[in-house]
Design a protein around this ligand. Structure first.
Ligand code: NOJ
Length: 872
């Protein structure tokens, strides 16, 4: 018997924790044939945390009185295109619970009208501005509420930019777990302050678009992740989102360690619900459910949009099949009660029982009237769009984000800011409108005109768009436009300045744009539409060239970045509806740029680890071992000692800042390597376990059935007897109904609350020493001690905190405080299964600066705290 097999048996029998499968040495390089996700049963019931006690109490009272049909209704979508939203559950109207509307997107209400198209996550990350992160969340929540969306499907904190070509990186906040965590949790808090339920997604390892999804003809890839990497990189932002109280979590399409996320018991039951203490409900990604009983036992609470293996056939893994498997005793009644209690408790937790609007829009059509259930083919019709304007003054936040994200990479000879009287020649279709009209491509699935967002479900329609062309034309007295990607015949004067607009797009796998099936397969990491050639051509004719880039992620700039006439380069990320004036604010110097790179820009693609390339394969399941472990993006560049073209966090300003008077203070002493013991779990709702009367899921005689709509009802429920199937049902190996001991790393939402004790605080004063007003971003990186202290290697530096100053006028100062928690200084100990710090913070060094290449302050625990000059 192989060692691996022995190990698996040991794990199954509970002799070893999962992660030893990932023993330090072995696990740090998981091999395809070792990837394995051990069973974790039963599903932990929700309701044991005081923060949710009232909501669970209310839910208990309601669920106690529900019929089986009402319970099943709330767990299962009514089917694809069977309502106004991307998905909707059935209802329990006797208790005032309507069909719950689940709808995209993380940047605005998708396929709707009179909504705001905010900049997406990557742009928000580039602002490094916590207030804007929160405020955008509030406004997204207000728009969701205004349209009657109960569950807004965002924010995205997975993918985490592991693969620079990955199609959906731009939906999240950047290539660092703490940046993702802070962006995600502030978004959740903002959204849920309005009563909308956030849906943190995609849990987990969905780092590439191609081959993400299993279906009847293909199997999605398996992201093979060792335990430590999972905890320290990919799980980190999810833990923070659970701590922020997210009401729901969406499972990813792919497998993790060869077990499909939507029925991976270790991920849902073990990590999310037990270790992270998640109290809300877990929902599939759309059509990602692959089994009925298996997913229920693994901890799934809601199936979306409800359909089975092939959509629109009117069948489901759940719905009436869930009714059947409860009646025949295969799915324990406790499990169904927990699913429903979690859903209803979340609804109460956000206050949706208090006048929450019903959907007043349809994502299926812009017409005022139409079919209520388009998936039914023959459907009752009615008013489906009330065109409710939910935009408020949200354009102000959208504009501020787009502006404060703009990242100045280079600015030779103070070329920027420009004057409105400068003679400007503007090149590139990326400066102009979509030549086929605003929103002419479904889900923004094309690259035509200024790139405001990527494509796919993470988009919304633009209510309007101010293009850079319009904004420049309105403000400049001397601009000529060449809205073409082929360099025209021009003869510039020596005083003319060329502004060249280029872009790079990506999106979700169900749309292919210019031969890129979501991921940037054919575009590589280069500008689209020969943008690099456009820059080079302009640089050959003009002595001053300013390049403006709208991009989903890193690009290789080497063919032109060092050309003498390329004087200034701005990354404007993906600006949403406010593309134009946010840019001119910076170009003409009303504001200094204050964005910073939320990822690294390398010299060449081969500088990344070879394991982060896209994977393609015709037959069999793709195995994607995360062999680079913790070392993605800048962690890799530091570890491999590879100098990037622009390091993570880089961003210049028109002004200059000095850092002074750094002070390191110990707040909560770290006198133990592991956090203090967790509190014991509180009680959870307890219902009778007797099986319901089968008549509760008999077809009601008064019901007018909609063809293909998913109902909880069965033709002859009384013929179903308990235990007839249970005896023969092939329960997953390791299945048990005896609760597991509470994991030591848990204890509250997100994990043991002591992990969030503030251990140290670094204070530093930042002074504007230049001639323009501007905002600095103090980024705090942690350097952990060498491997003899913690027993493992750690990345040389890791971002853990940041603070952005207000607008400082020349000469003005502000003192910022950067708080570092116990968790921020911890590694995940795979043997002990807990977070471990160097005791007293011994050997820890804090670095603070304007980017990884521009560190200004070094504070060693127990040593000195000093201003350094490490600009590189
Ligand atoms: C699939 C996407 O992966 C997910 O992010 C989205 O929320 C659903 N479709 C619903 O549109």
């Amino acid at each position: 018997m192989s060692t691996t097999r022995l190990l698996h048996l040991a794990l199954l029998s509970g002799l070893l924790p999962w992660s030893w499968a990932s023993s330090p040495a072995e696990t740090l390089h998981p091999r395809d044939d070792e990837a394995f996700s051990p069973p974790y049963y039963p599903a932990p019931a929700g309701g044991w945390l005081s923060d949710w006690a009232d909501a669970y109490e209310k839910a208990y009272r309601v669920v106690s009185n529900m019929t089986l049909a009402e319970k099943v209704n709330l767990t299962t979508g009514t089917g694809m295109f069977m309502g106004p939203c991307a998905g909707q559950t059935g209802s329990a109207l006797r208790f005032g619970i309507p069909n719950l509307c689940l709808h995209d997107s993380p940047l605005g209400i998708r396929n709707s009208d009179h909504n705001t198209a905010f900049p997406p996550g990557v742009t928000v990350g580039a602002t490094f501005d916590k207030d804007l992160m929160y405020q955008r969340g509030v406004e997204l929540g207000e728009e969701a509420r205004g349209k009657g969306v109960n569950v807004l499907l965002g924010p995205v904190v997975g993918p985490t930019f592991r693969k620079p070509r990955g199609g959906r990186n731009w939906e999240g906040f950047g290539a660092d777990p703490s940046l993702q965590a802070i962006g995600g949790s502030l978004t959740i808090k903002g959204m849920q302050s309005t009563g909308a339920i956030a849906c943190l997604k995609h849990f987990i390892g969905n780092e590439q678009e191609m081959h993400r999804e299993s279906s009847v003809i293909t199997q999605g890839y398996s992201s093979n992740i060792d335990d430590r990497t999972l905890h320290e990189i990919y799980l980190w932002p999810f833990a923070e989102g659970v701590r922020a109280g997210t009401g729901s979590v969406m499972m990813a399409y792919n497998d993790v360690n060869r077990s499909t996320c939507s029925q991976n018991s270790l991920l849902i039951n073990g990590i999310l619900k037990d270790e992270l203490g998640f109290q809300g409900f877990v929902v599939t990604d759309w059509l990602a459910q692959l089994g009925g009983v298996s997913s229920a036992l693994a901890g799934l609470d809601m199936s979306m949009p409800g359909d089975g293996a092939i959509p629109l056939l009117g069948d489901s893994y759940w719905g009436s099949e869930l009714s059947r498997s409860v009646l025949n005793g295969t799915v324990p009644m406790e499990r169904l009660n927990d699913m429903v209690t979690r859903i209803v408790a979340t609804w109460y937790q956000m206050g949706q029982d208090q006048d929450y609007p019903l959907p007043n829009f349809s994502s299926n059509t812009l017409d005022e009237t139409g079919p209520l259930y388009p998936g039914a083919l023959i459907s009752p019709t009615g008013v489906v769009n009330q065109y409710v304007n939910v935009q408020g003054d949200h354009n102000i936040t959208a504009h501020a984000i787009a502006r404060d994200a703009i990242t100045l990479l280079k600015n030779n000879n103070h070329t920027l800011p420009l004057s409105t009287s400068d003679s400007l020649h503007i090149f590139g279709t990326d400066a102009g409108p979509n030549s086929n009209g605003l929103n002419s491509c479904t889900d923004q699935g094309c690259d035509n005109g200024v790139l405001t967002m990527g494509w796919g479900s993470g988009t919304s329609r633009l209510p309007y768009l101010v293009t850079p062309q319009e904004a420049i034309a309105n403000l400049s007295s001397n601009a000529q436009f060449y809205i073409t990607d082929t360099f025209p015949s021009v003869t510039p004067n020596s005083s003319d300045i060329a502004l060249v607009f280029i872009n790079a797009d990506s999106g979700e796998n169900y749309i292919t744009v210019e031969s890129n099936p979501g991921d940037r397969t054919t575009a590589d990491l280069y500008a689209w539409h020969n943008g690099d050639d456009l820059v080079t051509a302009a640089a050959a004719k003009y002595s001053r060239v300013v390049v403006i880039i709208h991009t989903v992620g890193p690009l290789i700039l080497e063919s032109w970045i060092d050309l003498p006439s390329v004087q200034a380069v701005l990354i404007a990320h993906l600006p949403g509806q406010e593309a134009g004036y946010s840019l001119t604010d910076v170009l003409f110097g009303t504001y200094s740029p204050s964005g910073h790179l939320p990822y690294t820009i390398p010299y060449q693609e081969s500088d990344y680890p070879s394991s982060v390339g896209l994977l393609d394969q015709v037959f069999g399941q793709i195995q994607d071992p995360f062999t680079e472990t913790l070392y993605i993006d800048y962690r890799h560049f530091l570890n491999a000692n590879i100098t990037p073209r622009y390091p993570f966090g880089h961003g210049l300003s028109y002004t200059t800042f000095t850092y002074s008077a750094p002070v390191l203070t110990t707040i909560t002493p770290l006198d133990t390597a592991y956090p203090p013991a967790r509190a014991t779990k509180g009680s959870t709702p307890s219902y009778p376990t007797t099986l319901p009367n089968p008549s509760e899921v008999a077809w009601p005689s008064t019901l007018t059935r909609i063809w293909r709509y998913l109902y909880p009802y069965l033709d002859d429920p009384s013929s179903i007897t308990s235990n007839s199937t249970t005896a023969s049902y092939p329960y997953p190996s390791g299945y048990s109904t005896t609760p597991k001991p509470a994991p030591r790393a848990g204890g509250a939402q997100g994990g043991n609350p002591a992990l969030w004790d503030i251990a140290f605080s670094v204070q530093v004063t930042i002074t504007n020493t230049g001639n323009y007003s501007g905002r600095a971003v103090a980024q705090l990186y942690v350097e952990l001690p060498s491997s003899d202290v913690l027993g493992v290697d750690t990345p040389a530096k890791q971002l853990r905190q940041f603070e952005k100053t207000g607008t400082l006028t020349p000469g003005e100062s502000q003192t910022v405080e950067l708080n570092v928690t116990r968790k921020d200084l911890s590694i995940w100990d795979v043997v002990v299964q807990d977070w471990k710090v160097p005791v007293d913070g011994d050997g820890v060094t804090f670095w603070v600066g304007e980017g990884l290449g521009d560190l200004r302050v070094e504070c060693a625990v127990g040593g000195t705290c000093a201003v350094v000059d490490s600009v590189s």
